[in-house]
Design a protein around this ligand. Structure first.
Ligand code: OXC
Length: 311
């Protein structure tokens, strides 16, 4: 028998799989699709205080190797998701995470103050890494700005929270960001990774880019990003003792879910694969993970979590 359950942050999950923020989570209908699927948890679309239409379309395109998107944070506004979190059936056993992505630090602080006052069981995942807002840099690449932001966030939000990080590509950057993150004891998890920002996909037949915003530049997801996602999971697993890493990036089957957990992920999120396949992806990936564990003689996730061998 294979046990896929996860116990973390005072939460009990039947399995480690849920959606990546941004996919199947902008409307209540979509959120309910995830909640009533085989997923072990639910996370909302990154929200801003006011609703946003987002970037001009086409703004998403799938390819054989993954996806490119420049959505531009289209969302129903903070109060829509807070109200969903108010009526959410926590007792049913699937945790709810609320993704926040204010356009400024003050916007994040305003939303977090309100969320703290609401005293809801949901957990915030503060998005430090949206790559698709024209003219705005990804906060996660400015270490001093992150330190200042997290100082104020931890001050206005007393509870546990997490952050969605951009991918890093240099050991010095892993170390510098880890030093910032380790300053905050209530920062309990990091979600690695957000899309690899500002890629360019070209359509040879039409000799054109495939998305409209930023002349075709967009965040990459899917198989394109798996090795980078795994590196970020493993490096932050090593560098953030006592914190959890949520793995995200390139999970298409039980094999990639296994890789993320072997690299140290406590739980894992799926984005591109969920967008392309639909909520059936959850049950399929869980079955594949179960089978792989059974073949290897593992009975639970702790039997192999974080035990990636080096040579
Ligand atoms: O953080 C984000 N990452 C992405 O890849 N896309 C969305 C978006 O553009 O809304 N946001």
């Amino acid at each position: 028998y294979v046990d896929l359950s996860v116990s973390w942050l005072g939460l009990a999950m039947a399995n480690p799989l849920y959606n990546a923020s941004g996919v199947m989570c902008r409307s209540v209908a979509e959120l309910e699709q995830v909640r009533t699927s085989a997923a072990g948890a639910v996370i909302t679309k990154s929200c801003t205080p006011q609703p946003r239409v987002g970037n001009p379309e086409p703004r998403y395109c799938a390819t054989p190797l993954g996806s490119i998107n420049s959505m531009g944070l289209p969302n129903a506004g903070y109060h829509y998701y807070r109200d969903y979190a108010r009526s959410y059936p926590y007792a049913a056993g699937k945790p709810l995470f609320l993704s926040l992505s204010g356009m400024t630090l003050d916007e994040n602080l305003d939303m977090l103050r309100d969320l703290a006052a609401a005293e809801l069981p949901c957990l915030p995942e503060v998005n430090l890494s949206c790559p698709n807002l024209p003219g705005k840099p990804q906060l996660g690449y400015d270490f001093q700005a992150c330190r200042e932001a997290l100082t104020q966030i931890a001050r206005v939000y007393p509870g546990d929270f997490g952050v969605k990080l951009p991918p890093y590509f240099d050991p010095v950057h892993f170390a510098q960001m880890a030093e910032v993150l380790n300053t905050f004891p209530t920062l309990r998890f990091v979600t690695c990774i957000n899309s690899i920002g500002n890629g360019l996909v070209i359509d040879v037949e039409h000799e054109s880019v495939v998305i409209k915003p930023k002349d075709g530049l967009g965040g990459l997801g899917g198989s394109y990003v798996l090795p980078t996602a795994l590196a970020n999971v493993r490096e932050f697993y090593r560098l953030l003792p006592g914190k959890h890493v949520v793995g995200c990036g390139g999970i298409n089957s039980g094999r990639e879910a296994f890789m993320h957990i072997l690299a140290g992920a406590t739980v894992v999120q799926i984005g591109t694969c969920l967008y392309e396949e639909g909520e059936g992806a959850f049950a399929r990936i869980l079955d594949e993970l179960r089978q792989l564990m059974a073949q290897k003689g593992y009975q639970c996730l702790d039997d192999f979590r974080g035990k990636l061998k080096t040579l």
